[in-house]
Design a protein around this ligand. Structure first.
Ligand code: ATP
Ligand code: MG
Length: 355
């Protein structure tokens, strides 16, 4: 973290919503897209009452409609099949260009930003940090730093970053009651940020059941829409804990995986629709089949194929010497399989050499 970035962070923490318009091109273009809400469809013959019904269901953008199946739209209160067809026709007219050239897509990808982990070595491993518009998962044994990394990201996402990234707010979904605001204060102190402002920029919510966890993500959609690009990060620590409690035994596994898939699909859409980084933590379990395949590490993340496919980037954490930890890329679309060592310090995640 450079001096300049640190200094800037101290004064910028308060008003991210205002920053959106003055931001660099790619970021502001994306913000415009977010505010290009469903109301535009009124120009294509959809009546205002129907638009209100979409919004009541948490669908605020044209992309949001495209992300719903016809069946799902028909299930919404007050929307008949005929109305849904009319809405879908209007969407097709309002955003007709479904195919883009790779170059056009690369322009859209310019809005993607990376949130620093607090450790330059770990950032390097991840190609800059935790990426927006996708889900990053870390898994590992207890005390390996998953919750500490979650806390650190809530602070570092408020800092200015590369390519004109203005910094922004975070939402922390806590399923294990391990969120500690005092830790955020300590981490904010390390980055010379105003502690109160840093805490004000993190919205905390405790989830009690897997169903509640899903509802929270629905509510988060409303918050993201209303904030007009102010939020940059959603943390779910940990993603599987409640699913594990609510569904037990082999008999309930299929049901659990189906609900998990719905939850993750919702998160994935949110990350793309609102250009936020989604960071989830996961636990591990002994792999009973590992003995047969001579695997060096017989433990694996839980959640099965559903979670494996939903996470764009998967990182495994393990303990190193003292307070150091070793992160390894387990699965990534664009980063090679390699390792980085970092440390857990009073000021959050940092480089091992600084510990
Ligand atoms: P679990 O699976 O139990 O949730 P976890 O991976 O989330 O574990 P963390 O809580 O992130 O684990 O990490 C715990 C580690 O963080 C401990 O080793 C602890 O020593 C270290 N730690 C916690 N607070 C501080 C602090 N203020 N300063 C330095 N290290 C700390
Ligand atoms: Mg934890």
């Amino acid at each position: 973290m450079s001096r300049a970035k640190k200094a800037a962070s101290a004064s910028q923490a308060e008003s991210f919503a205002d920053d959106v318009d003055t931001d660099t091109d790619s970021q502001s273009r994306f913000a415009e897209e977010i505010s290009g809400d469903v109301d535009k469809l009124a120009d294509y013959g959809v009546n205002v009452a129907d638009l209100r019904k979409l919004k009541a269901a948490g669908i605020y953008t044209i992309t949001g409609i495209q992300m719903c199946t016809r069946k799902k739209l028909c299930a919404l209160k007050g929307l008949s099949d005929a109305k849904v067809d009319k809405i879908r026709e209007a969407v097709a007219k309002a955003s007709p260009n479904k195919f883009k050239t790779a170059f056009e897509q690369s322009l859209k990808r310019q809005a993607v930003f990376k949130v620093s982990t607090g450790s330059t070595d770990l950032d390097r491993l991840l190609g800059g940090g935790i990426e927006s518009m996708s889900i990053t998962e870390v898994f590992g044994e207890f005390r390996c730093g998953k919750t500490q990394l979650s806390h650190t990201l809530c602070v570092t996402c408020q800092l200015q970053g590369e390519n004109g990234f203005p910094g922004g707010k975070a939402i922390f979904v806590d399923t294990e009651n391990t969120f500690r605001p005092e830790r955020l204060k300590q981490i904010a102190g390390r980055f010379e940020m105003d502690e109160k402002a840093a805490l004000d920029n993190v919205l905390y919510v405790r989830a009690y059941t897997s169903e509640h966890q899903y509802e929270i993500i629905e509510q988060a959609t409303d918050i993201l829409f209303e904030s007009k690009g102010a939020f940059k990060l959603i943390v779910v620590d940990s993603v599987m804990a409640l699913f594990r409690v609510d569904y037990s035994g082999r008999g309930e596994l299929a049901d659990r995986q189906q609900k998990l898939a719905q939850f993750l699909a919702r998160l994935q859409k949110l990350s793309e629709e609102y250009n936020v980084a989604v960071f989830i933590t996961n636990q591990m379990t002994a792999d009973p089949g590992a003995g047969m395949t001579f695997q060096a590490d017989p433990k694996k993340p839980i959640g099965g194929h559903i979670l494996a496919h939903a996470s764009t980037t998967r990182i495994s954490l393990r303990k190193g010497r003292g307070e150091t930890r070793i992160a390894k890329i387990y699965d990534s679309p664009d980063q090679p399989e390699s390792e980085a060592t970092f440390a857990i310090t009073e000021g959050g995640i940092a480089d091992a050499k600084d510990a």
